[in-house]
Design a protein around this ligand. Structure first.
Ligand SMILES: [Zn+2]
Length: 98
């Protein structure tokens, strides 16, 4: 896994710079070019995101206490968010979602 690079100047983004990408758009801090998230990486993140709400449900079925369920769900969310920057890929144009 590697962090994405700017399509224009090959600047490698830092992890914390990618935690919040608003509306699939990010500006390169080095050259100022706009970076659009590719459809492929967007879909990948969406697939992981769908699994998240299932976690508390599954834990509930397993009979864990709500306290433990909440804790594990919270940790999964943190884990998911921390992996987002590694799954991003940028392109110079906005791609259609489908
Ligand atoms: Zn750049």
């Amino acid at each position: 896994m590697a962090l994405p690079e700017c399509w224009s100047c090959d600047y490698m983004f830092k992890w914390r710079e990618l935690l919040f990408v608003i509306d699939g758009l990010k500006k390169c801090p080095n050259c100022g070019e706009r970076q659009y998230i590719t459809t492929q990486s967007n879909r990948k993140l969406g697939t992981y995101g769908i699994a998240l709400p299932l976690i508390p449900f599954i834990l509930n079925v397993l009979g864990l206490t709500w306290c433990l369920t909440g804790l594990i769900t919270f940790l999964s969310l943190i884990f998911y968010l921390s992996l987002i920057p590694f799954n991003l890929k940028f392109t110079n144009d906005r791609e259609p979602l489908f």
